[in-house]
Design a protein around this ligand. Structure first.
Ligand SMILES: *Cc1c(COP(=O)(O)O)cnc(C)c1O
Length: 362
């Protein structure tokens, strides 16, 4: 089989090699059951164990307090945009949103179907190239909840603070593109959600961590599948869960634990990102698009002097075995996504290639 190349895709994204190799085995026959993981009943003892371990490892990894529930749902982060508002934003109430880019804006749009939205901070004035400073966040009088996006995948910016949230309200975070890339203090949140396909596993499974008093506080009657209460009561098995996705996410949790946990992940991620940002900062050719104090350790966005040179860079990089470097159209240029499972050697190799490219084309 051909060798694998460096995959800088923004998502679905690279997964740990050991997880993929074990999955090859378990797709054929998991736990000596004679049946592959995708072929087991979601009520079988084998899947009971997969689900229990995934939840237990998730709790260990993030030191999740006992009064939080861990759910594995479907519909992606995009369904959480509407579920959060459907469950917790009454028609006559206001929820506060920090608008830091395209995903945050989509969450705002969905909330608007249910109640009022107050934009508590925005960086739209400079095409979302920075995280609004903590002192610029202005909350409404009594928000139902406060929502933010910890890492802005498209713009390559990441919060280095947790926004304040007044008593009687709770904090909601879309962590789709940086969950478990660094330690989290779960107790500061009411609800955390993340589509799996950036840092945790395949698309099709969404991790939700919710404080256990919240599912009972829904503000309107809801269709069964849209209610958090349904999924908490049924332990993520109200309907057939995305069993294969839950299995992979569970294996990724075990991999992160074996790497020594979130603190080590954070150190490695910041070293990996520094290799690329240092290259950009020492270059008179490339320039980063995010403000320095807002830079993401997960998505490194940069431009070359012209659109033609960017096209050439992406084509030459691709010929060298670097895939997925084209930036999102709303930013242009290049984006190197270097999630947890992306190897440090790939960052070194890209940095080397950038220096070569600059020398040849600068
Ligand atoms: C990718 C992404 C999403 C969208 O996730 P889906 O699972 O495709 O719905 C939402 N928020 C952020 C921050 C993302 O990076």
């Amino acid at each position: 089989m051909a060798e694998r190349i460096y995959n800088f895709s923004a998502g679905p994204a690279v997964l740990p090699e050991s997880v993929l190799r074990d999955a090859q085995r378990d797709i054929w026959n998991i736990a000596d059951s004679g049946i592959g993981i995708m072929e087991h009943s979601h009520r079988s003892a084998v899947f009971d164990r997969v689900l229990e371990e995934a939840e237990a490892d998730c709790r260990t990894l993030a030191a999740i307090p006992d009064n939080y529930r861990v759910l594995f749902l479907q519909g992606g982060a995009s369904t959480q945009f509407l579920m959060v508002a459907a469950n917790f934003l009454a028609e006559n109430r206001t929820a506060d949103y920090l608008n830091t880019g395209a995903w945050a804006a989509k969450a705002i749009k969905e909330a608007g179907f249910y109640g009022n939205v107050h934009v508590a901070a925005t960086s739209e004035d400079e095409n979302f190239s920075y995280i609004p400073p903590v002192e610029s966040v202005v909350l409404s009088d009594s928000p139902a909840y406060v929502h933010y996006t910890s890492n802005n995948t498209i713009f390559g910016t990441q919060f280095d603070y947790v926004p304040e949230c007044p008593d009687g309200s709770f904090l909601v975070c879309d962590m789709s593109s940086d969950i478990f890339s660094r330690p989290i203090d779960v107790s500061r949140y009411g609800l955390i959600y993340a589509g799996a396909q950036k840092n945790l596993g395949p698309s099709g499974v969404t991790l939700v961590i919710i404080r256990d008093d919240l599912p009972g506080q829904t503000v309107r009657p809801l269709p069964t599948m849209l209610s958090y209460e349904t999924h908490v009561t049924a332990g993520s098995r109200f309907n057939t869960p995305p069993a294969f996705g839950v299995y992979i996410v569970g294996q990724v949790f075990k991999w992160i634990i074996a790497q020594d946990g979130l603190k080590t992940m954070a150190e490695r991620n910041s070293e990996k990102a520094s290799v690329l940002y240092d290259t950009i900062d020492h270059s008179s050719f490339f320039r980063g698009t995010a403000r320095e104090n807002s830079r993401s350790t997960m998505n490194v966005c940069f431009r070359a002097p012209s659109a033609e040179l960017e096209k050439k860079f992406i084509a030459d990089a691709s010929a060298r075995g670097f895939s997925g470097l084209k930036g999102h159209r709303s930013v242009g240029g290049m984006r190197a996504s270097i999630y947890n499972a992306f190897p440090a050697a790939g960052c070194e190799a890209l940095a080397e290639f950038m220096r070569e490219f600059e020398a040849a084309n600068g």
